[in-house]
Design a protein around this ligand. Structure first.
Ligand code: ATR
Length: 302
């Protein structure tokens, strides 16, 4: 698999983009930076297993040039692309059509070119729902969920997905409460059947509120470094909890360790990454995503 990172300048001509390769580039992950992306490790084996003669490439696109990149990809006959940080919001604006999940989450992570138009989806939220189902054999419907670090993009996608799937209650937790209050207001209006509450990370009531929840999710970036502390106190965890960390590298964060010590059931973000990818591949090639091949591909790099 190629580790090469392409730039917009490589998109001017197919001959440049495909020079030295025996297959044409058909799919890309667009980000900045993008060199660390694990997406090629699941999508290239999926293309190969389906007998599709094409490459999945990494494309580094500076902020402000997403539309230009999409236009080049469309002109070159690409099937579609994944969109990652920091472009998921700009991608929504660049699409001609978006699905309900993308509109409600406010971000696009998968595009497909259809008859010269850009169609956008969000598979992060639905991928999270599938991950929870696979890891814990439960659905989000009727669930009481606490989302820790809900002020970022992942928190917004997961909070929205919980409401879309009929969670009973969503507790948004953040260091900066302003950020989650505006999110809660939007979600309350859009999903009146789900109850939303905001609570500060340092609120002394946090432990009591956490113990009334069933699913605790870390969407904060705390845990990305191996020596990071957990964003919440160890006393918040109980044995009845399902504890999910959206971080997958490192595979064991302090958040998960604390949950494990309290005999909670734990899982990391590998499954969410996998399932958002599987759903994306199914958008490009309906019904053809080879789940276990994609899982093995991703496993080989994480
Ligand atoms: P994005 O997903 O938009 O890139 P981010 O900067 O990675 O956002 O932050 C994601 C979440 O992690 C946010 O909720 C952030 O809290 P704030 O909104 O208060 O900034 C949370 N976060 C990051 N570092 C944190 C820390 N040291 N302690 C607690 N929460 C933290």
């Amino acid at each position: 698999m190629s580790e090469e990172v392409f730039q917009i300048e490589h998109l001017r001509e197919r001959d440049v983009l495909d020079a030295g390769y025996d297959k044409p580039a058909l799919l890309a992950v667009i980000g900045c930076p993008v060199s660390h992306s694990a997406s090629p490790a699941m999508h290239q084996p999926a293309l190969d297993a389906c007998g599709i003669d094409g490459r999945y490439i990494k494309l580094e696109v500076p902020v402000g040039r997403v539309m230009e990149a999409f236009q080049h990809l469309s002109d070159l006959g690409f099937v579609g692309a994944n969109v990652t940080v920091p472009h998921k919001f700009a991608a929504l604006d660049a699409c001609h059509h978006v699905d309900d999940a993308a509109r409600q989450i406010g971000a696009v992570n998968t595009i497909r070119f259809i008859d010269g138009e850009i169609h956008g989806w969000n598979t992060d939220g639905p991928g999270f729902a599938r991950a929870i189902q696979e890891e814990f054999s439960v659905k989000l419907e009727g669930m009481r969920v606490m989302i820790v670090g809900a002020g970022g993009g992942a928190g917004q996608a997961i909070a929205t997905q919980c409401a879309r799937d009929g969670a009973e209650r969503v507790i948004l937790v953040n260091r900066t409460v302003d950020k989650i209050e505006s999110l809660a207001q939007v979600l309350k209006r859009r999903f009146p059947l789900t109850k939303f509450h905001c609570i500060a990370l340092d609120d002394p009531q946090l432990g009591g509120v956490a113990r009334q929840c069933q699913l605790l999710v870390n969407t904060s970036s705390l845990g990305l470094r191996p020596d990071d502390a957990s964003p919440i106190d160890a006393s918040c965890f109980a044995s009845h909890h399902w504890v999910y960390d959206t971080i997958y590298k490192p595979p064991m964060t302090q958040f998960l360790r604390d949950g494990f010590k309290q005999k909670a059931t734990i899982a990391n973000g590998f499954s969410m990454l996998l399932h958002q990818g599987v759903l994306a591949f199914d958008i490009w090639y309906p019904g053809r995503a080879p789940l276990e091949i994609m899982r093995a591909g991703l496993r080989s790099v994480s």
